[in-house]
Design a protein around this ligand. Structure first.
Ligand code: DGL
Length: 284
């Protein structure tokens, strides 16, 4: 069983791609609604919450946890992998969503010996939380591999919270149109060559971003990139999910859904955005 964790519902976009790409695996999804949203919290707070959520997933029997959250991936994953995990949960692992996303943007493998020549050229717009933008991890990691790419990050500080509080589609549409307008103003009115929704919550409203952007500007799918990355990782490291279920076995339950919040609020909200019957259970 593979764990997937996010502050709230955004990571369901990652879970859905993982479950489609890896139909033989079982997943445990954990949403930390009691503390969502994370995007405006301090790095120290996010690290503490990450420890608590990984503890929940490992205690439930996961050997591998996917952090389906950009904010946590850029702020907390490195310290978790370097010190906390080996000390507290030896033999378990946690993977974030930064690496496959940077690979998808640059077209370059994370551990490639040398950057290709010529380096890809163009402008990548990344919409993300304030904490992800402040960390500057995306521009730093992209510049190491593809220095000719211009990265334009744009924070959408209120968006994840509005999604979680069930704001109307109209409210979300106006908010997104405003953020997209701000990004264009910063770019002198020019189109970016690619857009990344660098917060998994924003992928829940991809259609609204799609409508706010010109049709010819592609939105790179982060969930798909993460799913491809996990398939490759599991082929190399079968020890982290050693007994995949028989794909011919009955399909349910192959995913379970936990929230630290209120299940009767979370379940219908998930259905609104993801159009699947994901039944949440409450966890401490
Ligand atoms: N879904 C998260 C991300 O990808 C964070 C949203 C939030 O809790 O602010 O960044």
């Amino acid at each position: 069983m593979i764990g997937v964790f996010d502050s709230g519902l955004g990571g369901l976009t990652i879970l859905r791609a993982l479950a489609t790409r890896l139909p033989e695996r079982n997943f445990l999804y954990l949403a930390d609604h009691a503390n969502a949203p994370y995007g405006n919290k301090s790095a120290t707070e996010i690290l503490g919450l990450t420890h608590a959520n990984l503890d929940r997933l490992y205690r439930a029997g996961c050997r591998l946890a996917i952090i389906g959250c950009n904010t946590v991936s850029v702020v907390a994953l490195r310290p978790v992998q370097r010190a906390w995990l080996p000390d507290r949960w030896p033999g378990r692992n946690a993977l974030g969503i930064l690496v496959p996303t940077v690979e998808a943007i640059t077209g370059i493998k994370w551990d490639a010996a040398a950057a290709p020549d010529p380096s890809p050229i163009g402008t990548v717009a990344i919409f993300a939380t304030a904490r992800t933008v402040d960390s500057a991890v995306y521009p730093i990691e992209i510049a190491k591999r593809a220095p000719s790419l211009k990265v334009l990050q744009h924070p959408c500080p209120a968006l994840a919270g509005q999604i979680e509080s069930g704001a109307s589609e109209d409210t979300l549409r106006h908010m997104i149109a405003r953020y997209v307008g701000q990004l264009y103003a910063r770019n002198g009115g020019a189109d970016p060559d690619w857009v990344i929704l660098g917060c998994t919550h924003y992928a829940l409203v991809t259609d609204l971003f799609r409508a706010a952007l010109p049709a010819h500007v592609p939105i790179v799918s982060q969930p798909q990139a993460v799913a491809e990355g996990l398939a490759v990782y599991l082929a190399r490291h079968p020890e982290f999910d050693p007994a995949p279920r028989d794909p011919a076995a009955p399909r349910f339950p192959r995913c379970r859904f936990l929230t630290t919040g209120k299940a009767h609020i979370v379940t219908p909200l998930a259905r609104r955005f993801i159009e699947e019957d994901y039944l949440f259970e409450e966890t401490d």
